[in-house]
Design a binder for this molecule. Sequence first.
Ligand code: SF4
Length: 480
Amino acid sequence: MNGLEAVQLAVHDAGVKTLNYVPGYPITELAEALEARISVNEKVALEIALGASATGMRAMVLVKQMGMNILADPLVISATHTIGSGIVIIAGDDLGPKGSQAEMDSRIFGQLAELPVLDPRNPAALHASILEAYRLSEWLRIPVIVRVTARLLATKSSSIRSMPSKGSGQEFERIGWELTVRGRYQKHRDSITAFAAQASESTTQNCLQVSGNVGIIASGYPAALAEGLGVSTFLVGYAHPLPWMLMRRFIDGHRQILVAEEPGPFIESQLRISPKIKGKLTGHLPFGPLERADIVNALENLDKKQESMPQIYESVAERGYQGICEDCPFSPLFWALASVDVPVAGDAGCAIRAARKPYESVDVVYGLGSSIGVASGFRKKGVAVVGDFALAHSGIQGLINAVWQKRDVVVVVLKNDLAAMTGGQEVPDLTRLLEALVPTCYIQLPASKDEIERLLAAELDKTGTSAIVARGACTKYKIR
Ligand code: SF4
């Protein structure tokens, strides 16, 4: 059974009633296998889960790492506001990023929101961690995060026994309103985090083996890589809160400790006060995803002081670059955008594929739904290129702000009626809303570059915000 199947079994065993997701690597395939419902953005996905939980239904939210940033607002509030039935957030980290604009470590949201994060090492642990996360979530009335990676979802374990553990159907309790925000926070710090710390110490997901005077502390997939190397191992089940009492004993009992984790030094940075601790910060392990050979090499060189090695930065030529599809109907638009003499803000959809040669159509891309806000800040009138999914995700907020503040922006909406970057998922049609907000014109693609340039020039000549809806049928994904 692989990690994806382990999650499917856990969702069944836990009796999860509501599953919501926002597509993105590496959780799209998992979410679709679970028949989760797509949401316009991660904040909304978590809000739906909070509503389901308040009325007695277990819920799951599946998001990519960048999506954790978007749902952070209700996440932080839910920790002290409390919930009803269990909520588990599956945070998919894209290590050595393949489909993201940044490499992130979702474990850090445990510290930020003061919520538990389970970081399973293999599919069996993933299944058990999700069931434990639901129990913990309902006991403490807080959401719990389970971190996954593409490798964890793809790797296999021996068969996993189904362990049904349905929820009680508990609902939100209004008793919390008797406390102020400060009072709820005091209660959270005083009792909830203490109970979470106990759970971290006592979980069956901790795996301790002692052999010799060198030890490895590991979390997540690197914990599976650290097994069987002939040294002591402490594979932690929780990345937050850490099982401090067990870890202290483990560290005290060894001469040297290597911390194996990915992508960043999340645990190591909390332990680095001890000179015994080696890992990414000491140069013994590389940042980003780890391989077993990295851990073996680090163990062989633990006593050596590591010099920082000159790095070779990964280039586009080395990795390969997925540009615009050859027969893409939006291609003439990208050529036309390349020839306008104004700044162009792109978005994290197919427009980002036109950022590099040969098109060089967009100048900056600061994430999904960002282009209209970014273009609103340009020194002179420019263009914001936004896909229809990015517009629904969060771009619409930038548009409302642009209208409200009378900004000068030409918004070009790439309307192909699907989320092409993440596999062709459905997208809401916002054209009526767009027409209600700003003067809107349409062009059917493919069209000639000259025709598109004339349209862009005419809109750039006007003051205020206006929209061009460029309609085209994506040739890679058909409308479902
Ligand atoms: S996926 Fe579709 S919209 Fe995106 S570049 Fe390819 S053909 Fe164009």
